[in-house]
Write a protein that binds this ligand. Structure first.
Ligand SMILES: [Zn+2]
Ligand SMILES: [Zn+2]
Length: 336
């Protein structure tokens, strides 16, 4: 067995990042060794950034298969993205395709096992999704939280509300932007999509994707949308979304965070509102999202505002946490 030693950014806590040598073993049966080329920075990295991490963080990774273990069928050189959850494929959830609710997952890549800010990732073949040659490797990371998590939230809403004619999105951060992009791609440009935030910069950026910005708290223009999404995690934003929602409306909570208090009679029963949670996405949604990305790569890739070499990963986090960016993608120079 070969043991590779390579430098990876180590998250020491309190925002301190330092390159340290790590060891990477060959893939075992059913596993692939991925040479990481890009990993998008995410709000969910905040915890590890501030408290430190024993493993290398990064859960929005794209790269190339460099070595393959026994019982695998993926060719060396195959490019693709890594699905965060190393799902078992056999439990009750996985059997119906709900891999994001796997009851026996083996890992959360970037949280329990080394993720995409390092040079190598050891994954199971089942949570590696191959992409086509026409997709830029940094753009491929858009298949994960930006398109995947948002697309799943839209699908959750559509399951309860098939006749969607208006959309309201609370929060214009990366997930809110993803919701805006996916709503436009899925519903076309005919239906109104409103997005709210406290940040003028974020609203202006969201507007460039063809959605209508509203300052948080001012919902006078929003009407009574059929579906609302909360990506902010704020109780006040969830409450506002629920207050504006039309009859039969559905609120989908995508952003983790605060609470939501309800009056069951007036909030749920009388208007027949539905309130749903939506967590990450199903592996089988990647096919459709790849198709959408191939057809709209120019539109979707504008979500990425910065590409930062891994040597400058600290700058990538400073930029991202500054709040005036779309997605910031950390790229590995010298990778194939
Ligand atoms: Zn993420
Ligand atoms: Zn499972």
């Amino acid at each position: 067995m070969t043991v590779r030693s390579a430098s990876a950014p180590t998250f020491l806590g309190e925002g301190r990042l330092e390159p340290r040598e790590r060891e990477y073993t060959d893939p075992g049966p059913g596993q692939l060794l991925i040479r990481v080329q890009a990993n998008a920075v995410c709000g969910s990295d905040r915890g590890q950034y501030f408290t430190g991490s024993a493993v290398t963080p990064g859960h929005e990774a794209a790269g190339t298969v460099a070595a393959a273990g026994q019982l695998t069928g993926t060719a060396l050189g195959t490019r693709g993205v890594v699905y965060l959850m190393d799902f078992c494929g056999e439990c009750r959830s996985c059997r119906i395709g709900a891999t994001n609710q796997c009851l026996a997952k083996r890992a959360d890549m970037g949280f329990s096992h080394d993720g995409g800010y390092g040079p190598w990732m050891l994954v199971h073949e089942s949570n590696f999704f191959p992409i086509t040659d026409d997709i830029d490797i940094a753009d491929a990371t858009m298949l994960l939280d930006v398109m995947g998590t948002s697309g799943h939230a839209l699908t959750r809403a559509q399951a309860l509300r098939p006749d969607i004619e208006s959309v309201y999105i609370a929060g214009a951060g990366p997930i809110g932007l993803g919701l805006a992009v996916m709503a436009r791609l899925r519903f076309g440009s005919d239906i109104p999509v409103f997005i709210s935030d406290v940040s003028r910069w974020r609203l202006d950026f969201a507007e460039s994707f063809g959605v209508t910005p509203v300052l948080a708290g001012d919902t006078s223009a929003v009407g009574a949308p059929d579906v609302a999404f909360d990506s902010s995690g704020r109780e006040v934003a969830r409450r506002t979304a629920l207050d504006v929602l039309g009859p039969r409306g559905v609120l989908v909570c995508v952003g983790h965070g605060e609470r939501l208090s309800l009056d069951v009679s007036s909030d749920l029963i009388a208007p027949e509102h539905g309130i749903l949670g939506s967590e990450y996405f199903r592996f089988d949604e990647l096919d459709e999202n790849l198709r959408l990305l191939r057809e709209n790569q120019h539109y979707v890739s504008r979500v990425i505002t910065h590409r930062v070499p891994v040597d400058h990963i600290a700058d990538a986090f400073d930029l991202f946490l500054g709040g005036e960016t779309g997605k910031v993608v950390v790229v590995q120079e010298g990778a194939p």
